[in-house]
Design a protein around this ligand. Sequence first.
Ligand code: ZN
Length: 136
Amino acid sequence: MTDIAELYQTLIMDRSRKPRFAGRFEAFDAEAKGDNPMCGDRIHLFLKRDGTKVLHESHGCAIMTASADLMADAVANKTPVEIDAMRAAFEEMVNSGKPDPSLGDLNALAGVSEYRSRIRCATLPWSALADAVKEA
Ligand code: ZN
């Protein structure tokens, strides 16, 4: 493994074991659920529109939980249009495996492209977020 791959592996393990955005708000503007039966992943996501804050309750594999947590970090204070663009860039990145400088730490998930069945694990939180943004 290259240094960067090791660094990203550490980041994924850290965020899946100790997510920083796990939980739920007492009051929120929208919520959304998603599941990935192929892997057994389930997510329940909560969105506060003002300032865009996201919390998640994730039950699933390390990739899904880390993806949810890195996403919650990345979309803080972003507009719905910016979130939409990030989602498109993220999906392109996990499918192509090509890191995208605009995505920062989310690039930790680029390696998922080598495991086609795991791409859904990485994109599940983004699908749920898109649903929540639509509802808000
Ligand atoms: Zn999974």
